[in-house]
Design a protein around this ligand. Sequence first.
Ligand code: FES
Length: 123
Amino acid sequence: MESDVKKKRGRRRLVARVGELEHGTTKKFHLKCQGNTIEALLVSYEGHLYAYVNRCRHISLSMDWVDNHFFTEDRRYLICANHGATYEPTTGECVWGPCFGAFLQGVPLKIAGGEIFAFCPED
Ligand code: FES
């Protein structure tokens, strides 16, 4: 049973080290999940880390036109470059724009030994 869960979730992937990202910055990474490659972003916001699949909830497109550019200028929100959907960095909730109320798909993280690992998201 446990091996089924591990197989489904995929292996962990080292995506960054603790302290690598300053507030209001992101780092893109890829995960292999069930045979598919998923692009995701690690988000640093007010001393905490979050991760989301890089797929807007308005239309299933990558949100960054300029590579790895996700934050608004004031570093308060994540924003989709396509049509301006604006997301809360701590929850992934769309708080303004065409997908208001929807959530980015979260990517589980685990911090161990000063390293940050990501796991495949649930379906
Ligand atoms: S695709 Fe992101 S706002 Fe339209």
